[in-house]
Design a protein around this ligand. Sequence first.
Ligand code: EPZ
Length: 424
Amino acid sequence: MDAIEIQGGTPLVGEVTVSGSKNATLPMLCAALLAKGQSRFFDVPALADLRTMGRLLAHMGASIDPLSAPPGLGTTLSIDASTIGNPEAPYELVKTMRAAVLVLGPLVARLGHARVSLPGGCAIGARPIDQHLKGLTALGAKIELAHGYVEARADRLVGTHFNFDLPTVTGTENLMMAASLAEGQTVLENCAREPEIEALATMLNAMGARVHGAGSSTITIDGVSSLRPVDSMVVPDRIEAGTLMAAAVITGGDVLVRRAPAPHLEALTSKLREAGAKVTVEADGVRVVGPARPNPIDVITAPHPGYPTDLQAQLMACLCVSTGASRVVETVFENRFMHVQELRRLGADIAVEGNTALVRGQPELQGAPVMATDLRASASLVLAGLRASGTTTVSRVYHLDRGYDGLEKKLAALGARIVRVREA
Ligand code: EPZ
């Protein structure tokens, strides 16, 4: 297993370019199942989760081929779903990547049948998929749960009016994809509004779908009889961008984060400014100049456009060295403070009560061995290590590799003393 070793204390300075978005790419790869022919994806980041998704689609009969990539972009991927025939997403693959549930909608729409393993729990919460299933049932699918699998069947899905009980990103994405090939019109209410949903709708409409309102809480889909494969450019990863912006803040550095999608980062930007950072939107990115020590601030996570839960752990790391006490309230997931006990090992003073963490800022953190527990917690520990005096070793960085493409290399290019080491 790999670990990441950091000698902290160096302010990050320079320019870094954000890779393509994990959470946009995952549903887009699944949307390729809706069409016969070759779909191509440009600027795909090199991430473990995307490799897992590729294996899952191949398991279904799609052919997945890396293509030569244009210079300066991530990888280029081709997916040909002409001959998919196996409607099953097995537990071995789903248990390592919950986003596999995103094949449910496309498979039922394309094949009339899907057998997808229930994802099971996850480090950050129960993460049920009841909304996905309620929505597919409303579209006319017959859903059975047996032996840890969801079995969904429908001769043809029929458009409907469906209200989500709560905004769910992949739930919205699943139903958008399913409704694209349904008979008639579907109206989805109380949808999630994350930018990745808009990116998926852009791809679906290029394929010939008729999706309107993505990015708002009401999405209307007029079903069509078939969809065609398309070429898609993956949008930059707003969570990686936010993580790199937080790295500039915690180290008191000066970093230009190229391709940072500023309009999708306004909640973070306003919090970083409140914390004393200088954040300026430039032509090709966002420049962040960090303070010597951040001001204490309060933050409450919420569905987009609220403060993103996926940037909660990273901001908390910054607040560990603030000049006062901050409150961090996590409202989206029930167990997303796994980074707290590891941050404490670095000298952070954090008290957790329910979904609220009280972070009392310290002048410094001290390096120590810490263990990653989930994707964004691992990023938080890397950020804290960049500030801590001495050596911080973050183990189990396979969590980090699920969602960051070469983060340690990007940070090293900004002056961080950081290396990946192989653990015994
Ligand atoms: C997506 O997960 C993201 N993953 C997550 O990013 C992100 O944290 C999350 O949205 C919230 O923004 C991808 O896009 C692949 P939800 P998703 O359904 O869709 C509850 C990362 O770090 N819920 O919006 O699974 C659920 O338990 C990952 O990149 C139900 O109750 O999240 C949670 O409390 C982590 N029933 C809340 O809704 C359902 O049927 C929001 O979950 C579905 C969800």
